[in-house]
Design a protein around this ligand. Sequence first.
Ligand code: G6P
Ligand code: MN
Length: 423
Amino acid sequence: MRIAIVGAGSGYMPGIVRGLLHRADDLAGTELACYDIDAAHLDVMTRLARRMFAARGAALTVSSHTALKAALDGASYVFTTFRPGGLAARHLDESIPLKHGVVGQETAGPGGFLMALRSVPVLLDIAAKADPGAWIVNYTNPTNVVTDAVARHTNARIIGLCDQFAGDTEMWADLLGLPSDGLEADWIGLNHATWAQRLRLDGRELDVPLLLDDLEVPGGGATPWRDPSRMAELARALGFLPNSYSKYYFFHDEVVAELRAKGTTRAQDILAMLPGYYAQVAAEAGKADPDPSRERGGGEHGEFAVDVICALARDEGRRMIVNTRNDGAVASLDADAIVEVPSLVGRSGPVPLTMGPLPGQVRGLTQAIHAYERLASDAAVTGDRRTALQALMAHPFVRSKHTAEKILDEGLAAHRDHLPQFA
Ligand code: G6P
Ligand code: MN
């Protein structure tokens, strides 16, 4: 079996390698065809992978490619994990909306929209070049817009990933005083806009409203990914568990003020730490038994992606939360919407489980986000400026034609080199 990794020079690669190691027996004999446009980063990461596989006796081979087609040829699984334009482009995604009073975030809102415009053409190219029947296993953000574009506009098979639910479930275990081992939440909705009304511990259904009655709102504790205090506040108001990204919707103006006060974007913060990070990975790659830091994509990130590939390849029928075509799983969203929902993942792809309607408290919001995503996907595929404007106008952060126009004009100009469809 051959797995292509597109974006193998990414800082997330050490976590992916660990994920591959934890399923090494199931993947024995597999070749990893590693591709990146950054030859230096690709070299560091492939050396690291080879060393780690050798040290642990894993029967996985690694080939290195700077030509996309050569990496894709013969691959049954194409794992995509890249950011077109890199962190410099992310900085623009995060700062352009903020200038106009809108949250600047890499996946949610206009920042995510600009990233979608860059990501989608690259994914369409990969879909066209991949072997017929290959599965694209996609982490490239915004994962659901990318998945939607490929699903509706190509013949390729794609499954969209995000490991947010794993960290969020852990955060909720902590907030509710429950063990995280054996805790399972039914997160449903759209990527980075999911909600959980049902929670199980070791298979036993818990009474979520009762748990929330006793929930205390903790102070502080916010990280770049999670804000437990605001999540507890929201859960008490809504009556179920919200995804971490809901803070951008329900605390929009406070977040704008905080982002402005902070002075640097998340992209700038990451850019500042990356040289040290790659130096550490390079040093580890020279050791007999490397143990690189997991600073990028800690926790479940790599394991989750590899588990999804194994579930597809080995027809495991495993229950996993992935982004796929709705087909009635979430009653409040279109049949052909790409939803994030518990699914059984086997050889023929994810089969989403019937989850009923979205809770009324967030149904309209989630439907509005979906309407935006559909327009964003169409704009990214066609390069039609009017559709792009409509997408931004439809987004719950924006709702203003003039603001949408300013962000669009600035964004299209700033990212011109990565937007061939708008040329
Ligand atoms: C979470 C999200 C990802 C996102 C990442 C950003 O893991 O689920 O979709 O890309 O956070 O993390 P970063 O460290 O780059 O800000
Ligand atoms: Mn995500």
